[in-house]
Design a protein around this ligand. Structure first.
Ligand code: MN
Length: 312
């Protein structure tokens, strides 16, 4: 659900109230001075001058009264998880994120990064933005500088080990949770005696599920841990973690490309099936298994492709 907040002047707020006068509803929540409901949008006016637009029509409706700054839109843009303190993006935070979980070929990587308040500007200067907008080449370029600048921990779970623990019954969620917990422990150890104001995990599971995955772990990182989806937009520490995780993923993909002789297809599409079938034909199962997440459906699809080829 889209969620947009505008900070408006008294005059603009008067306009909002008269515009939606016929759609007004009663809402007795603290701080709320006016509320209206359209078919696809809820509008709430707060005493502070903030006006919130929620729902499928939020962008259209908010557009009548002002343009929300990018950060405000992103922050409310359907992110799920904990409510963060208002000044969150300015605090000293450890962020963590993972990558590779949806890719048939290559590892799962997790990075945790500490960005203290006084380093936020530096990290931004080094080029950290929303990682979804960053290209692989750009991330390769800035990652080494970020690694030098920030206390961090990067874990790369290679395919052989991934396949072993997956076959033992570990779900991907559990694998990810164990890696996040380990990376966070590493960073906390490295930065001692300093402590972060918060830890923010880019949410892949809700808090209870996350800690359920970790029920057999001896040492749990729990203090001041927050979860949110789209967390890379909420603090540069998570954006940096996401870049470092991606960087480690690309490095391992490079190593695998050297072994196989060509770059491996990312993702888990039909192209991946075809490539896997080719590798299976040329190198056999052991090799394919050593560079892939073997339990993915792509394995069976590749085998089927190969059988069909043999019949042609
Ligand atoms: Mn993530």
């Amino acid at each position: 659900m889209t969620n947009i907040v505008l900070q408006l002047s008294k005059e603009e707020i008067n306009k909002v109230q008269s515009y939606y006068a016929s759609d007004r509803i009663e809402r007795n929540a603290p701080g709320v001075v006016f509320a209206a409901k359209l078919v696809d949008t809820a509008i709430t006016v707060y005493k502070s001058g903030k006006v919130m637009f929620q729902g499928a029509g939020a962008l259209r409706e908010s557009g009548r009264f002002g343009v929300a700054d990018e950060a405000t839109v992103k922050k409310g843009n359907g992110a799920k998880g904990d409510t963060l303190p208002e000044n969150f993006s300015t605090l000293s935070v450890i962020g963590s994120d993972e990558t590779g979980t949806g890719d048939y070929f290559g590892p799962v990587t997790v990075a945790a990064v500490y960005v203290p308040a006084n380093q936020i500007a530096l990290v931004e200067e080094l080029g950290v933005k929303d990682s979804k907008q960053l290209t692989d080449d750009y991330m390769r370029k800035i990652a080494p500088d970020l690694m030098k600048a920030c206390v961090h921990s990067i874990l790369t779970l290679r395919n052989d080990k991934y396949n072993t623990i997956q076959a033992k019954g570990y779900s991907q969620g559990k694998i990810k949770a164990m890696m996040h917990n380990q990376a966070l422990k590493n960073v906390l150890t490295k930065m001692t005696p300093e402590k972060p104001a918060y830890i923010l995990i880019d949410q892949f599971a809700e808090r209870n599920t996350y800690y359920n995955y970790l029920q057999n772990e001896k040492e749990l990182v729990r203090e001041n841990v927050l979860f949110s989806t789209k967390a890379e937009n909420l603090h540069v520490a998570v954006a940096t973690a996401s870049i470092l995780a991606r960087y480690a993923f690309l490095k391992e993909m490079d190593r695998l490309a050297d072994i196989i002789g060509f770059p491996l297809q990312k993702g888990a599409s039909g192209k991946v099936d075809e490539m896997a079938a080719r590798i299976l034909a040329k190198h056999g199962e052991t090799t394919l298994k050593s560079i892939s997440k073997w339990h993915f459906a792509n394995t069976e699809k590749a085998k089927t492709l190969l059988r069909k080829k043999a019949q042609d």
